[in-house]
Write a protein that binds this ligand. Sequence first.
Ligand SMILES: *Cc1c(COP(=O)(O)O)cnc(C)c1O
Length: 445
Amino acid sequence: MKTQDLTPHPSPHPQAVRGDPASASPLDNTPRWADELSRQRLPGPFMQHPDLRGLAPATLAVHAGTRDDPVTGAVGTPIYQTSTFLLEDNQYQAIEEGYARDRFIYTRYGNPSQWAVEQKLAALEGAESALVFSSGMAAISATVLSLIDKGGHIVASNELYGGTYAFFQGELPSLGMSVSYVNPRDLAAIEAAIRPNTQILFFESLTNPLLKVADIPALVAMGKRHGVRVVIDATFTSPIAMQPLALGVDVVVHSASKYLNGHSDLIAGVACGSRKLLDSIWPRRLAYGGSLDPHACFMLERGLKTLAIRMRAHAEGALAVARWLESAKHVRRVYFAGLPSHPDHQLAQRLLKNPTGMICFELDGSDAHAVRLLDALRLGKKATSLGGVETLVSLPFNTSHAAFTGAQRERMGIQPGCVRLSVGIEDPADLIADLQQAIKVAFAD
Ligand SMILES: *Cc1c(COP(=O)(O)O)cnc(C)c1O
């Protein structure tokens, strides 16, 4: 195969052609387009530009980005398990002129397996461009560090994913960056926390574990008023439930280890947004090295093909389980975005096309009862993480929120006996029967 076959179509920088007398002056090697604000940026980089307009998410999940092998005709994207690529004029020119993101040179820079899954993710998010990373944290750290300068400030949710909080607290201060944490449902407090040096509003589409819904349109309007970019971690919702970019968000990040891959067998992350912003994030992927291995790209691409039907099954199962829990003995309270009893139900109805498979419930008892319940489960697996085809159950008090005291947890609304449930795609009747017998065991004396 000629490496030419894998260059993007059409060439994203047609004006930067070697030998083009207009592309550089004899005294200055800088390509002319480098400083041209009007330079046209095409979406991508993608290997092909089929017209995907009007296709539904379930169709995009199967077809977008996926590229049948041009050599053998094998259906599906081959795994381009290579670290490096043959260098030809095309690649030398890209290195020289600074558009290496658009050519295959070395897999940390880019690889056809990455481009295929990036195009699928970009199509699902309605993004011009996407970058996959070796983990959700690699996506979050590279994105945040691309959008903030030394001396910069972030306003973030005070109920962040623990890894993000650890990154903000452990890494940013030594880089001269700071973060203010605010209640994600208190818009006045969020706006009051914005300072002249604030550069990012960082929020999660649904919080862990109480599943508070971020008012993304209000955050976007606030960001516009203050000239601050909005970054949303949409791991808990997936692009099937919402497309934050369509609401005006600047960059959406995900832990692809959760719903996107969906099979609890892979660690990966993704950032999606405009080509311009993603071009500024790409050098951080290079510098910090969080590139996704081609085989992992294949796994993620395969997982994504069923995203739409999985999300439907998660939501249907979770609705059945949540409804049952609401009437179950020894259950005091249920949080599920698809139930009218959820404090943010109206916002959820406005913003979420799918209530997801995430449920949180409080037992009418202590954390010890919750531990007994987990030990008695036969189907639900005692494990942290979420979004897999198998139901996963964990307790905030000894996992995500173990660093806080009981009093601090209660102030956040996490009561004793709080259980987090990531409902899988099993038959909900089996899950309900399992929960029923486990609750019985937990409260037997
Ligand atoms: C899991 C998770 C992350 C981190 O993703 P990794 O793939 O584990 O690095 C970030 N944000 C949220 C909301 C998560 O659930």
